[in-house]
Design a protein. Structure first.
Length: 305
């Protein structure tokens, strides 16, 4: 169910951005009668599937929730078309036939808001300062190390030249930073890692000497090589399967990781706590809306294979 919010979507969006919380802004751009929503209605969908605002009834919500979680994974905005009757795929849209939709066709623009990559730099040496300058130009958020590392840190670069390196490396490993770089010569870097008593996997996660081997000499060149290594190693979402044309978003909703099929209507439903579900014979069963949920609860045997 959607939850109400007293602040405007714009104000709430600003709060979430400041807190570095990922979400999807869903805005209704087409609503053919009869529908419970109208153009301009909007909502914010969180990574756990929670919805703040209103973009339609419970059945439409189920589709918006699932597609929004997909959008958060791949990072691309989509125009979602939800129809009560089957339609052919349309270039530039994700078309979903929602069997339970009681109203008319809807189109909803889903725009992901994903925090910029956060890079924490340990140290105040020239290379550290150069990282702050060049990283900001790339659109990264650069922060100096001030004790605890943020849970969503993308990269940690230790450029302190011998000061507090080992605690910083251990903290970066513990928080699960995607990239960990130690600015040091090959010999000194190896010695630092030897003192940490790391296993093979932990050792492989630390890049030392930090950065790609570009023949860098100046602090800014070294910073550039480190940022290039961060770009090279950053996670990239897999492209949606079944796209008939490169550069278009014409794919149908399919059951995949994080999805299940409603046994009543056959709709694909996101398997998150905020989706309707119940436990039957030790397994969770997921539903698009209360109608399917109630029908299954009344007679599970009628819908089980």
């Amino acid at each position: 169910m959607a939850t109400s919010t007293t602040s405007s979507a714009a104000g709430r969006s600003a709060e979430l951005r400041d807190a570095r919380v990922p979400f999807v802004h869903a805005r209704v751009v087409l609503a053919e009668r009869p529908t419970s929503s109208k153009p301009g209605d909007d909502a914010l969908i969180h990574a756990d599937g929670t919805i703040e605002g209103f973009v339609g009834g419970t059945c439409a919500e189920a589709t918006v929730r699932e597609q929004s979680l997909r959008v958060l994974q791949d990072g691309d905005s989509v125009l979602l078309r939800i129809t009560p009757e089957p339609e052919e795929e349309q270039p530039g849209k994700v078309v979903v036939h929602n069997h339970c939709l009681s109203g008319g066709t809807m189109e909803i623009f889903l725009e992901p808001e994903i925090p910029t990559p956060l890079v924490v730099v340990v140290g105040e040496a020239p290379i550290a300062k150069a990282l702050h300058e060049l990283g900001a130009a790339l659109g990264y958020e650069l922060q100096p190390h001030e004790g605890e590392l943020p849970a969503d840190v993308s990269a940690v670069v230790i450029a302190s030249h011998g000061r507090d390196e080992e605690p910083a490396l251990r903290a970066a490993l513990d928080v699960g930073a995607g990239y960990i770089g130690l600015v040091a010569s090959p010999r000194r870097g190896t010695a630092v890692l030897d003192r940490l008593d790391l296993d093979a996997d932990q050792r492989a996660r630390i890049d030392t000497p930090a950065g790609l081997d570009l023949g860098a000499r100046t602090p800014h060149e070294v910073a550039l090589s480190i940022l290039a290594s961060i770009v090279e190693r950053r996670p990239r979402p897999a492209a949606p399967s079944g796209d008939p044309q490169a550069g278009t978003r014409t794919r149908a909703a399919k059951v995949g990781a994080g999805s299940a099929t409603d046994p009543i209507c056959g709709m694909s439903v996101a398997t998150v706590e905020s989706s309707l579900h119940l436990e039957h014979d030790g397994q969770l069963v997921w539903f698009c809306g209360p109608g399917c949920h109630q029908a299954f609860a009344a007679d599970p045997a009628a819908y089980l294979p």
